[in-house]
Ligand binder design. Structure first.
Ligand SMILES: Cc1cc2nc3c(=O)[nH]c(=O)nc-3n(C[C@H](O)[C@H](O)[C@H](O)COP(=O)(O)OP(=O)(O)OC[C@H]3O[C@@H](n4cnc5c(N)ncnc54)[C@H](O)[C@@H]3O)c2cc1C
Length: 405
C-alpha cells in the first residue's frame, strides 16, 4: 500500500476497524532484517504500508540548522538538498548503501526508515546518534490518530518525549509521518588516518585520542584485510578529522603521527577520496548481501578484547572506539550458527549485547533470535499495548522482546 498523504489517515483507520496487521515501511530496502513479521489470519505475508508518497522536504531553515521532512523522503535526496546550503545530516550512510547493485543494491532508504531503526555509525563519536538529532516527530497511531511530539526548533520542552521510544522502534509503535532534524555545517576540510599495528599498540593510542582535545569525527576499530595495511591481528584504527582550517588539520595529523610513531604504529594519511574508500569498506560496499549481519555493542574499553575473541574469526567488523557499537558481517559459509551464539555470549561477558540483523536461512525453528529480552521488557510491552492495543503493527517484532521461535 502506497497511499497519498491525504488518503493515509482513512486507510489506517480502515485497517484498524478490521484489526488487520500491517508493517510500516519506507522504501522497503531492509524490511526483512530482524525477526520475521507475522501476517494476519488468511494472509500469506504481512501487509506493508509504505511512506513512498510522503516524500516532501517540508521546510529547511538553514539559519536555524533544522530541516523538516515527510518520512518517505529519500536520505540521498535530503543530503543533496542540504549540501546546496553547505549543510548535512551528520550521519553515516546506512550499512550496505553502496553495495554492488547486482548483488544487493539496497540504497540509503528513507529518513523515516533511518529514524525507525535508530542505528548510527562512526560519526556518532562527534555528532551523536539519530535520536540526538531528532527534534520533532509526526506520527500516526494504529487507530489513525495523528500526533506530534517535540517541535521545529532546537530548544523544546513541551510534553512527553515520544521521539526516543519511536527512534529504534522498528515500526512496532506507530507510523512515523514527519521528522524534524538538526543539521550541521559541512566541514570544509576533512582528512583521514589509517593506523595499523598490533592491538596492544593501538589500544593505548585509541584511549589517548578519545580523552584528548582533538575531537575526531570518528575513531573506528576495523577488522578486515585491506591490502598492505593490515596488522598482525588484522585490526586497524580509522580516524576522520574535520576542521574549518587546513592548518588545524595539519597540526592534528602531526600530533597523532607523533604519538603513533612513538608507539611503533604505521600511519597512512588519507586524502578525502581515500578516506571515502575506507569508509565504504566499513559499510560493506564490496560485500554482496551477507549471510550474516550482526550489530554488536560492548563496553568501549572492551572492544579490543572482542576483536581478539576467537568467535570473531571469519567476520569483518567495524566498531566505534568511543561507543563500542558496530557492525559485523560474513558470508553464510564462513560462520556457523553456533559461533554466532558463542559471540553473543562473549558480547554479554564484555558488558554488551548482539543483535542478529540478517542470518542465512536454516531449518524451521532453528533461527537465532534477533534479540534477547531486555531488562525493560515489561515497560516495552506496556508501551506497545498503549500505542497499539490490537497488536497490528509489525506483529511479532518488538525490539527488546525476544521473538517466539
Ligand atoms: C551507520 C548505519 C548503519 C545502519 N545499519 C543498518 C543495518 O545494518 N540494518 C538495518 O536494517 N538498518 C541499518 N541502518 C538503518 C537504515 O538507515 C534503515 O534500515 C534504512 O534507512 C531503511 O530505509 P527504508 O526506507 O528502506 O526502510 P524499510 O526497509 O522500508 O524499513 C526499515 C524498518 O523501519 C521501519 N519503518 C520504515 N519507515 C517507517 C515509518 N515511516 N514509520 C515507522 N516505521 C518505519 C520498518 O517497519 C522496518 O522495521 C543503519 C543506519 C546507519 C546510519
Amino acid at each position: 500500500m502506497r497511499p497519498e498523504p491525504r488518503e493515509l489517515q482513512e486507510l489506517v483507520r480502515d485497517l484498524h476497524r478490521q484489526a488487520l496487521p500491517w508493517l510500516p515501511a519506507g522504501s522497503g530496502s531492509r524490511l526483512d532484517w530482524g525477526p520475521p513479521v507475522q501476517p494476519g489470519p488468511g494472509q500469506s505475508e504481512a501487509l506493508v504500508l509504505s511512506t513512498a508518497r510522503l516524500d516532501r522536504i517540508v521546510e529547511h531553515n538553514p539559519g536555524d540548522f533544522t530541516v523538516t521532512v515527510q518520512a518517505g523522503t529519500p536520505l540521498v535526496g535530503l543530503q543533496q538538498e542540504l549540501a546546496r546550503h553547505r549543510q548535512w545530516l551528520s550521519l553515516d550512510w546506512p550499512w550496505g548503501t553502496h553495495a554492488p547493485a547486482t548483488a544487493n543494491g539496497l540504497g540509503a532508504g528513507t529518513v523515516g526508515g533511518l529514524v525507525a531503526r535508530g542505528l548510527a555509525g562512526g560519526y556518532r563519536q562527534r555528532y551523536l546518534g539519530v535520536r540526538d538529532q531528532l527534534i520533532g516527530i509526526g506520527l500516526m497511531r494504529a487507530d489513525g490518530t495523528a500526533a506530534r511530539a517535540g517541535g521545529k526548533v532546537v530548544k523544546n520542552v513541551a510534553g512527553y518525549d515520544l521521539m526516543r521510544p519511536l527512534c529504534g522502534s522498528w515500526g512496532s509503535l506507530a507510523l512515523i509521518t514527519e521528522v524534524t532534524l538538526r543539521t550541521q555545517p559541512l566541514p570544509p576540510q576533512r582528512r583521514g588516518l589509517w593506523l595499523s599495528g598490533a592491538l596492544r599498540q593501538l589500544q593505548p593510542l585509541a584511549r589517548w585520542l578519545l580523552g584528548s582535545s582533538l575531537s575526531p569525527e570518528r575513531l573506528d576499530w576495523h577488522r578486515h584485510t585491506l591490502a598492505g595495511a593490515t596488522s598482525d591481528e588484522g585490526a586497524a584504527l580509522l580516524i576522520s578529522l574535520a576542521s574549518i582550517s587546513p592548518q588545524t588539520l595539519e597540526e592534528q595529523i602531526a600530533c597523532i603521527g607523533e604519538q603513533a610513531a612513538e608507539a611503533g604504529i604505521r600511519v597512512e594519511t588519507l586524502a578525502p577520496e581515500r578516506l571515502e574508500v575506507h569508509l565504504e569498506l566499513g559499510r560493506g560496499a564490496t560485500t554482496p548481501r551477507p549471510g550474516w549481519l550482526l550489530r554488536a555493542g560492548v563496553l568501549p574499553a572492551r572492544v579490543p578484547a572482542l576483536l581478539e575473541a576467537p568467535e570473531l574469526r571469519g567476520l569483518s567488523a567495524v566498531i566505534g572506539a568511543g561507543s563500542g557499537l558496530g557492525d559485523l558481517w560474513a558470508a553464510a559459509a564462513s560462520m556457523p550458527a553456533y559461533r554466532v551464539e558463542a559471540l553473543r555470549r562473549r558480547c554479554q561477558e564484555l558488558g554488551g549485547q548482539l543483535t542478529v540483523l540478517c542470518q542465512p536461512p536454516g531449518p524451521a525453528g532453528a533461527a537465532i533470535p534477533a534479540w534477547l529480552d531486555a531488562p525493560s521488557r515489561p515497560l516495552i510491552e506496556a508501551l506497545k499495548r498503549q500505542f497499539d492495543p490490537k497488536q497490528q503493527l509489525a506483529r511479532g517484532r518488538l525490539p527488546g522482546v525476544q521473538p517466539l521461535p
